[in-house]
Write a protein that binds this ligand. Structure first.
Ligand code: UT7
Length: 352
């Protein structure tokens, strides 16, 4: 039977660590001021989210999310023993692309040095925190049907430039960090029912679309970007808006259902699966999913404490973090479940 499999994995986070104690002193240029800029504190953030720190890119205007994706991809390619030239498809999941169009995948292709008249197919996908699992499902389908043979799936986000560093934006601002993760996927002939990528499923509920969104512009309006530097309220379209409680409840519900469906459809149990890797939006969400879906707590891997929410990057970043720490080993079976803006969700079961 032809399956897709993960050939290699890599991740990247910038060096700058922004702790909960520091974040309330940052202005919109990420400069630490003498006086607090946002009414928040370490105790609230840790208790409500589990987050202790996040990573920020240097604020010199030289790094975009395609660069974060590049660094993660280079590590994934090295891990896979695959050269960039062998990649015949790139799928880049991000909600923070370098520019509006073209998408990040073509910038990444060029930065990998594989652009030109024989350049590979490049897709950008916009499924926010579910982007990585959506990307894996696409790659899996492409590989199993023989359309592509070496697919690079990347999740990369630069959040720190589009957050509201005032009390008005504190509910969202404290959650997010910068980072990227990538996998190289390819075909594998196998008779084992639990080899490679053995399950993917994705879903969405568009009725929740505006419960977590970032406008920046509205193409239905003319002019389609409103910007008045003196009007802070109008400028709120530059920042993500979220109904936190609604997103929280929907995340728990959808992730529990998605885990149940994955186990039902594959006939696997937690005896078969080594690790549960949930999206990293809030430690309380993940603890609730573990409880309601009856997942052995010791099998759940989290990294939100160190990196905050890196949206499309959380899944490969979390696997790579715990692999480097010696916990996750090559060949381990992972069930990963995600939820994000849209609303979107999905699960995948695969060997790392
Ligand atoms: O990755 C995509 C999906 N995203 C998510 O899944 C996020 C889902 N939502 C959440 O994680 C949580 O709803 C939040 C962490 C955003 C908020 O936690 P909460 O327990 O739902 O708090 P809340 O929104 O009910 O706010 C409680 C209080 C409010 O003050 P009052 O009205 O009770 O006086 C907020 O203004 O906490 C206040 N608050 C803060 N205080 C200190 C909100 N943000 C902050 C903050 N620091 N950063």
């Amino acid at each position: 039977m032809l399956r897709s499999t993960i050939l290699g994995l890599g991740s990247y986070v910038p060096d700058r660590v922004v702790t909960n104690d520091e974040i309330r002193f940052l202005n919109d240029q990420h400069v630490k001021c003498a006086e607090p800029q946002t009414e928040t504190n370490d105790e609230w953030i840790k208790k409500r989210t589990g987050i202790e720190a996040r990573r920020y890119v240097p604020n010199d205007g030289k790094i975009g999310s395609s660069d974060l994706g590049l660094y993660a991809s280079q590590r994934a390619l090295e891990d896979a023993g695959v050269t960039a030239k062998e990649i015949d498809c790139i799928i880049f999941a991000t909600l923070s692309p370098d520019i509006h169009f073209p998408g990040n995948a073509v910038f990444l292709q060029s930065k990998l040095g594989i652009d030109g008249e024989d350049g590979c197919a490049c897709f950008d996908i916009r499924q926010q925190c579910s982007g990585f699992i959506y990307g894996m499902q696409m790659a899996d389908s492409f590989i199993k049907t023989g359309v592509y043979k070496r697919v690079l799936v990347v999740g990369g986000e630069l959040h720190s430039h589009s957050l509201d560093y005032t009390t008005r934006g504190r509910d969202v601002m404290v959650l997010f960090g910068d980072g990227a993760g990538a996998v190289v996927m390819g075909p594998k002939e196998t008779d084992s029912p639990t080899d490679g990528v053995l399950y993917t499923h994705c879903g969405a509920d568009g009725s929740g679309a505006m419960d977590l969104h970032l406008k920046v512009f509205e193409i239905a309006k003319l002019p389609y970007v409103y910007y008045d530097a003196k009007n802070r309220d109008q400028n709120s379209i530059m920042y993500p808006q979220m109904d936190g409680k609604k997103v929280f409840l929907n995340a728990v519900r959808a992730m529990v259902a998605s885990v149940g469906r994955a186990l039902r459809e594959t006939q696997l149990t937690w005896k078969d699966i080594d690790w549960f890797v949930p999206h990293q939006a809030n430690l309380r969400i993940n603890e609730a999913v573990v409880q309601y879906a009856e997942i052995p707590p010791e099998k759940a891997l989290n990294t939100i404490q160190y990196y905050g929410n890196t949206t499309a990057a959380t899944v490969p970043l979390t696997i790579d973090h715990w692999r480097k720490a010696g916990k996750v080993k090559k060949g381990d079976l992972v069930l990963s479940t995600v939820f994000g803006a849209g609303f979107t969700w999905g699960s995948a079961i695969f060997r790392v």
